[in-house]
Ligand binder design. Sequence first.
Ligand code: HEM
Length: 487
Amino acid sequence: MAIEDPSIIMVILVLLSIFFTLIYFTTRVHCTCEICHAYITSSWSIQFDNLCDWYTHLLKNSPTKTIHIHVLHNTITSNHQSVEYMLKTQFENYPKGKPFSAILGDFLGNGIFNVDGDSWRFQRKMACLELGKMSMRSHALEVVKHEIDRRLIPLVSSFSQKQNGVLDLQDVFRRFSFDVICKFSFGYDPNCLDKSLPVSELAMSFDLASKLSAQRAMTPSPLVWKIKRILNIGSEKRLKESIKMVNTFAQEVIRQRNKLGSCSTHEDLLSRFMASTKDPNYLRDIVISFLLAGRDTVASALTGLFWLLAQHPVVITAIRAEALMGPPNGKLHELHYLQAVVYEGMRLFPPIQFNSKFCQKDDTFPDGTFIKKGTRVTYHPYAMGRMETIWGPDCLSFKPERWLKDGVFYQETPFKYPVFQAGHRMCLGKEMALVEIKSVVLSLLQRFDIELVVPILTPRFSPGLTANFTGGLPVRVSERRDRRDKT
Ligand code: HEM
């Protein structure tokens, strides 16, 4: 039901704003400590470009590498022992919790990303089983290869031929990863990376639904968005509409597949899950969770990495040299330097900069921090990638060599590098993501020289579930001379 009369809406809004102002001032702004004051007044922004940079500064200076922001009821840690404690040792005490699932519930339903307990365990088991299959891996590889050869390379090439052609690489990577994850999850091709750079209604609705869901977390109290949802006004009205669009699309794909029945020879995730259930809601939820998990993360990793590569031509030369001397195409896992570059890129620019859980019972972290029941507890991969205590005095430098021992890739414990999370709920798409990222990096660097249009000294991030460069990553591309000579 929607309230249409503008005067009634106005009265309700005025009453609500008085109510929430009272709640805000009585429950939150009572802390006058230096950190809370800086947070409330945003005075941190005088010295730091991004909130995550300020948190990094605070965490670096904390003897325990854990801090508590009183006004947010949020304990934030960059202590790897505490990260291991919450993600593995005491996993059951730190679920995603009701506040998180309420925020994303309308969009993600009961998909794997948004549930705890038995429902999560069941979906995880099923997804692990399917994703572990050889046929699924080769299907993923095929989808990625097709998207690179048929769309990414032709698109970038067409820009290299334009005089002063400026390409926003972040936008290109978002289109690329949306096509890939849709084909992989649904078997549907939105063709976002076509040379005409089309506007996809599905991609737009999906983006809007993720953005508006994330914005719920920023309201002073969950009551604000919950009441707006009941009244069906403002951002909640738009959220409802965008979710409806995504749902209509998902339901149509599921309906079509059901019609095909057992004759279907599709390799995508949806078809795999349909073998075990026909429940359209369950199928919709799990597939939407995968879309969210696998879309922006990959694009974000690529954007951060290409920004770093633009400042480190020596690393580009080394990637090209390894590919030239290394095994023939298709054996990505044997390119150890490339793997090190990708890990190093995400150390400095993790796509998910922080991730929160909610404490169930009073507890104490290994670093001595007391965690009260109901506290939001956040581990912070962005800050962790910048900790001298973990990576040494050169922690701010982009040095892929730190991941190599005698030329062979060596992986740090995931609790020091929780970019894909760690412990029992570690990312299920890690291998697929690595294949995607490495394939794109190699294909682009082998064919093109890429330079930033304007030097970005320190990236600024836009608010959202994943890290996004504000203003994108505008570049100029040119086809490499030695490649042109060969063709
Ligand atoms: C660079 C790319 C990626 C990064 C950095 C990344 C990172 C993460 C992180 C931090 C989580 C934990 C989120 C949470 O519990 O709140 C996660 C979970 C997950 N990821 Fe990824 N991810 C990436 C790509 C992918 C891709 C391509 C897929 C799908 C093919 C995927 C599927 C999933 C799923 C299904 C989960 C939920 C696991 C669970 O709750 O048990 N991810 N990922």
